[in-house]
Design a protein around this ligand. Structure first.
Ligand SMILES: [Zn+2]
Length: 498
C-alpha cells in the first residue's frame, strides 16, 4: 500500500511544470543472441538456451550479431538520427546475479545512433521529442524469487536464475528531457511510446510485446516551480509495462513530487517501482551516490564501423513509417486529421485499410469498424482486431448492403452469424434466410394485412396526413421481422392508399 501524499493533478499544474524523459528498451527479434549463436525463442525451458559466451565462462569470446547492428541502425534512421561511422562496445561493470559475466556489454560514450527526433500528436497538437541516443546492448537473465508473497527478493527463501534471456540484443532509445507538455505530460509520454512501438513494429525488428517485456519503458520525471530557471530532481520509474501504465506513472509522480515540494521537502533522486494494481510507485534504489560502472572499451570485440554506402542503402529501403502512412491514408480516404485520429485511437488503421483494399468504400469501412464493430469489441472487452471477423468479410457485408441484398439491420444480424463462426456474410445470409424480400406475394400480403389491421391510420394517410404512413411501414417491418426493404414497403403502401 502506498502512503504517499498526493496533490490534486490540476493543482500540481497551477504551481509546477513537469519535465519528462523516457528510456525505452526494445528486445530485438533476431534469431540468435547478441554475441553468441544461442537461440532467442521466448518461453523455452530455463537455461536451455545458453553457451559459454552468454554464461560468461572464462576464455569464451563474443562476436557481434550483424543483424542486430543492422536493426539498430534502421531504428536510428527511422528516428532521423546521425549514424556513427565508428563506435565501440563497452563493459558496464556491476555485480548482480542475472549478469553472469560480472559486466554488461553495452555502449557508453560511443552510441551507434545520436541526435534524432520523433514528433507525436496529442489532441491535435504536435510535440517534438528529441532523441539523445539509440544504442545496442545485451539483455540480462531473469531472477525468480521463490517463497515470498510479492515475488520480490525481500521475504523470499531462495532465488532461481534463468539465463535464456541473458545476451539477447537490446536496443535502448533515450530521449532528451521533454519540457513544455504541461497538463498533457502524461499523454505525451504515452503517445511517444505508442508511436515508437508502431515504428519498431513497422520496421519488423521486434514483436514489441509490452506484456512479454520485449518493449519496456523507464519513465523519468521531475517538476519545478513554474518560472524556475532550474529543473527539479528526477525520479526514474523502472520497467513500466503498458501504455496505460506510462501515462499513470507520469501522473502519479507529478502528484507525489508536488506534495513533497509543497511541504518544503526535496525530491530524492532514485529509481522507483510501478505498481499496476494501484497505479502508484514506491521507492527502489537511491541514486544519490552515482554508481561507478567503471566503463571501459570492450577488448574482445572489434569496433563497429558501418559502411556509409550500406547505411545509405538501409535508409533508402526503410518502409513507409506510421506518420507518413497516416497522412497518406487520410488523404486517400478523404478524411480530416481529427477523423484519422479516431481511426488510430480505435486501433483500426490496418483493419479499415484492408477493408478498403478488399473493395469497400473508405466511408463504409470506417462506418462498420468504428461503429457496430467497435461497439461489439467494447461489449466483449476485446480489441477490435481480436473480433472473429476479417476485413474481407466486412467488405463482403458492405457489398451485400450496396447490392440491396440486405439492409443495415439485416447486416447486423448477418454479423451475428459471422462472429458466431457460421461462415462468410453471403453464407450466413443464405443459411439464416436474411435477404431483403422483393415484391413477393408474402410482402404483398404483409402490406395488405397492415392496412386492414390499422384502418384508422390508413384513413389518415388517405386524407392527406402522409407522415402517418410510418406506423404502417413499421407494422410491415414487424411482420417481416425486418427483412423487407423499408423504401419498397413505403412505395407499395403509397400506391394502395393514394
Ligand atoms: Zn550463448
Amino acid at each position: 500500500m502506498s502512503t504517499d501524499k498526493l496533490v490534486d493533478f490540476d493543482e500540481v499544474l497551477s504551481r509546477y511544470e513537469p519535465v519528462i524523459g523516457l528510456e525505452t528498451h526494445v528486445e530485438l527479434g533476431t534469431a540468435s543472441k547478441m554475441f553468441c549463436g544461442c537461440s532467442t525463442t521466448f518461453g523455452a525451458e530455463p537455461n536451455t538456451q545458453t553457451c559459454p559466451v552468454c554464461l560468461g565462462l572464462p576464455g569464451a569470446l563474443p562476436v557481434a550479431n550483424a543483424a542486430a547492428i543492422e536493426a539498430t541502425i534502421r531504428i536510428g534512421l527511422a528516428l532521423g538520427c546521425r549514424i556513427a561511422t565508428w563506435c565501440r562496445f563497452a563493459r558496464k561493470n556491476y555485480f548482480y546475479p542475472d549478469i553472469p559475466k560480472g559486466f554488461q556489454t553495452s555502449q557508453y560514450d560511443e552510441p551507434l545512433c545520436t541526435a534524432g527526433h520523433l514528433d507525436v500528436e496529442v489532441d491535435g497538437e504536435t510535440y517534438r521529442v528529441e532523441i539523445e541516443r539509440v544504442h545496442l546492448e545485451e539483455d540480462t537473465g531473469k531472477n525468480l524469487h521463490v517463497g515470498g508473497s510479492t515475488g520480490r527478493i525481500h521475504g523470499a527463501d531462495h532465488s532461481l536464475i534463468d539465463y535464456n534471456r541473458a545476451g539477447i540484443p537490446l536496443v535502448e532509445i533515450v530521449t532528451r528531457p521533454i519540457p513544455g507538455a504541461g497538463a498533457k505530460a502524461p499523454e505525451v509520454a504515452r503517445a511517444y511510446v505508442d508511436e515508437l512501438r508502431e515504428i519498431v513494429r513497422t520496421l519488423g525488428v521486434s514483436d514489441v510485446k509490452m506484456e512479454q517485456g520485449s518493449l519496456r519503458c523507464d519513465v523519468n520525471l521531475s517538476i519545478a516551480p513554474i518560472g524556475s530557471l532550474e529543473w527539479g530532481t528526477r525520479s526514474e520509474t523502472k520497467n513500466v509495462n503498458s501504455l496505460r501504465s506510462v501515462e499513470r506513472a507520469v501522473r502519479y509522480e507529478m502528484r507525489r513530487q508536488a506534495a513533497v515540494l509543497d511541504e518544503g521537502g526535496r525530491v530524492v533522486q532514485e529509481t522507483r517501482h510501478f505498481h499496476e494494481d494501484s497505479g502508484s510507485t514506491s521507492s527502489g534504489r537511491s541514486k544519490e551516490e552515482a554508481t561507478d560502472y567503471r566503463y571501459f572499451p570492450e577488448p574482445d570485440l572489434v569496433p563497429v564501423a558501418p559502411d556509409e554506402e550500406w547505411v545509405e542503402k538501409l535508409a533508402a529501403a526503410l518502409p513507409e513509417l506510421p506518420a507518413a502512412r497516416r497522412a497518406r491514408l487520410s488523404e486517400e480516404w478523404g478524411i480530416s486529421p481529427t477523423e484519422m485520429a479516431w481511426v488510430v485511437n480505435a486501433g483500426a488503421v490496418d483493419l479499415v485499410g484492408d477493408t478498403v483494399a478488399a473493395g469497400a468504400s473508405p466511408a463504409d469501412a470506417r462506418k462498420w469498424w468504428l461503429g457496430e464493430l467497435a461497439r461489439r469489441a467494447n461489449d466483449a472487452g476485446v480489441e477490435l482486431a481480436e473480433l472473429a471477423v476479417t476485413p474481407a468479410q466486412v467488405a463482403e457485408l458492405v457489398a451485400l448492403v450496396a447490392a440491396g441484398t440486405i439492409n443495415d439491420q439485416l447486416a447486423r444480424q448477418t454479423l451475428d452469424g459471422v462472429l458466431a463462426g457460421e461462415g462468410d456474410p453471403a453464407q450466413v445470409v443464405e443459411a439464416r434466410g436474411l435477404a431483403v424480400m422483393g415484391e413477393s406475394d408474402e410482402l404483398v400480403a404483409a402490406v395488405d394485412a397492415a392496412i386492414e389491421g390499422n384502418p384508422d391510420v390508413a384513413e389518415k394517410v388517405r386524407s392527406g396526413k402522409v407522415q402517418a404512413i410510418g406506423a404502417l411501414v413499421g407494422a410491415v417491418m414487424k411482420t417481416t421481422r425486418g427483412k423487407a426493404d423499408a423504401a419498397t414497403v413505403k412505395r407499395m403502401l403509397e400506391e394502395r392508399l393514394s
